[in-house]
Design a protein around this ligand. Sequence first.
Ligand code: TRP
Ligand code: SF4
Length: 369
Amino acid sequence: MTEKASKNAKIDPWGSMKIEDYSKTIKEFGIEPFSTVIKKVPEPHKYMLRNIIYGHRDFGRVADAIAKKKKFVMLTGLMPSGKFHFGHKMIADQIIYYQKMGAEVYICVADIEAYTTRGMAVKELEKLAIEEYLLNYIALGLKPSRCHFYFQSKGNATYNALSKMVSRNVTFNELKAIYGKESLTPGKIVSALTQVADILYPQMEQGSCPTVVPVGTDQDPHIRLTRDIASRFKDFKFMPPASTYNKFMSGLQGGKMSSSKPESYIALTDSPEIGRKKVMRAITGGRDSLEEQKKKGGQPHKCAVYELYTYHLMDDNKELKSVYTDCVSGKLMCGECKKRCGDMMAEFLAKHREKRECARKDLGKFLKD
Ligand code: TRP
Ligand code: SF4
């Protein structure tokens, strides 16, 4: 393989690992720190500036395309898994950002993957993908022009052929090395090769061009596989895709944010009141007593409220910085801080609810093919 992860390190894209140490991930998997390219990015997204997008592979060529206004593709796949929450919003924000930067946007619903690896029903997946994901994407600002939205199970003939033809460019031993030989199943192989086709197919429509796939670290095995396969194709000139890696938000109560634990997330369809309540119940980096907090200051890096500000609710860097300084200096107490966050959350959710209702009339523009 051209891109080896170090021997013992393994990521299971179908597992549920929580990565604690991103600098270790960078070393073990050969991901580049995002700081190596950020200067080339004309208008970096706040996730880039805040090191939430912390790593990349080959992003330089995408930054170049943005700067020179050349053609490039942004592709992502979504696995419908229940309520659309603020963790999912991170990918939506990135899709919309790249669309604004001039990308041809491809969004694929990974219904084959969900069907084969999670035992879900295709009909149910279709409803979830549209009602939970697409509708929220539109409400958040996704536009229909230069946007291709499709289902793995309904992709066109060329895409379907590609998803099988990619198999010629990988050996069974390589698949076992990437995904772990004990846990590899035919369903996972089909899912992985379908994902390779998802990522390479846009270049069959657009011609060879830079492609960026923004993902969480768990998807890196698929990215490595795709990059290897792309470079081996003889009959089509694929440019190996670039990728970026974002950190995941923690659950509101600490631990992982998970679709199966409603108390761990705020959904974008939660009512303003529920959203506010969940913020008020969230774990903070506060100390045991007010006195101690005044003396030692709070710990924003351990605080779910501070995460909500950083990832979603505060676009203004100065405002965020002042929360940080007031927190660590012991000037700001958690009660007051949470109340402010709860107000901001309630306002966001109330506005979003209206936007969602407006978005409904535009669904047809995305589902044309
Ligand atoms: N495997 C991805 C997930 O579990 C979904 C997916 C399918 C995907 N095709 C993709 C992600 C292409 C990025 C690019 O969420
Ligand atoms: Fe978190 Fe705010 Fe408390 Fe600091 S003051 S620990 S940012 S809730």
